[in-house]
Design a protein around this ligand. Sequence first.
Ligand SMILES: Nc1ncnc2c1ncn2[C@@H]1O[C@H](COP(=O)(O)OP(=O)(O)O)[C@@H](O)[C@H]1O
Ligand code: SF4
Ligand SMILES: [Mg+2]
Length: 341
Amino acid sequence: MQEDPALKNQNVPEEPVFDGPVLKVEDLKTHFFTRSGVVKAVDGISFEVGRGETLGIVGESGSGKSMTAWSILGLVPKPAGRIVGGKIMYLGEDLLEKDENEMREIRGKGICMVMQDPLTSLNPVFTIGNQILESLRMDFNEPKTSLIKRATQLLANVRIPAPETRLSAYPHQMSGGMRQRVVGAIAMSRSPNVLIADEPTTSLDATIQLQYLRLLKEIQADTGAAILFITHDFGVVARMCDRVAVMYAGKIVEQADVLELFDNPQHPYTQALLKSVPDLDEDVDFLPSIEGQPPSLDNLPEGCAFAPRCPYVFDRCEEYPEQFSTGQDHVASCWRLDGAN
Ligand SMILES: Nc1ncnc2c1ncn2[C@@H]1O[C@H](COP(=O)(O)OP(=O)(O)O)[C@@H](O)[C@H]1O
Ligand code: SF4
Ligand SMILES: [Mg+2]
């Protein structure tokens, strides 16, 4: 479909005046206060993502990946969950100082969560057109005919054939892949600066997953959004991410450029995970399992949380390891990396 010149550039994200990292998380701590104790779901993590960059967050189930995402979105389950420390700098402003109304606006526009399973974010009783228009109304105070033109353009942008006629369709009248594209179109209509993609808990069809990854890349190419990609799948990390943060028991234990991490893993946990991946060129649609269980987060040992599973554990590991720099933009928290040992 030909792009309507009248709509051009108006739907492109405004260049943020801020030229630092779009999202910078500093020493974030999100804890749950439960009857059985304090669960340190996220415990002092730091990372940043630049415009157009994709950061993968990888780790076993229960390591705090989703709570990191919910913390950024201001949606930590209350009253048990609370952010107890740190900063979440978005375009240079700390989200932890925003009130609920400001956060709602940021969620609606600047930082979007894109669900992998489209049925969780589309309303079955409204047409596709209705749902896109509702999103567009937040931004454009224009007559309906003009909004319909924009909606049609958005569907064309995500390569939905015959977009004009699709507007009157209901979600169940479309294939899974098409529904995903509609969700992508709605996300694009918000010109996001940050897209957060969290893996679904239920497994989806492999084709749908692949389409989803492509769609995310397309949205990123169109909008320049930074992507925070949460997954347990190393194959997806290799395909999608520029950098990776490995989470273990609420902490980031290693962080590096994706190729550097795969070629030169430094933390015993990352090494164990990667050793059990047969071949990164093949599709690995699971987080390879390593021996032992992840620790319970309400009863963490004083020192390194990985110690009970670590083949290299030694006396110093009773103290929590510092973070060591092991190369350009490559850090890991393990006492073995301390030159003084
Ligand atoms: N509502 C809750 N109440 C208490 N603890 C919770 C709650 N939600 C999550 N947690 C704790 O936070 C930890 C991290 O959860 P989550 O971020 O969902 O892990 P991941 O996404 O890595 O699988 C879990 O191990 C769990 O102990
Ligand atoms: S600090 Fe010690 S226990 Fe922890 S990963 Fe390093 S060697 Fe293993
Ligand atoms: Mg999760």
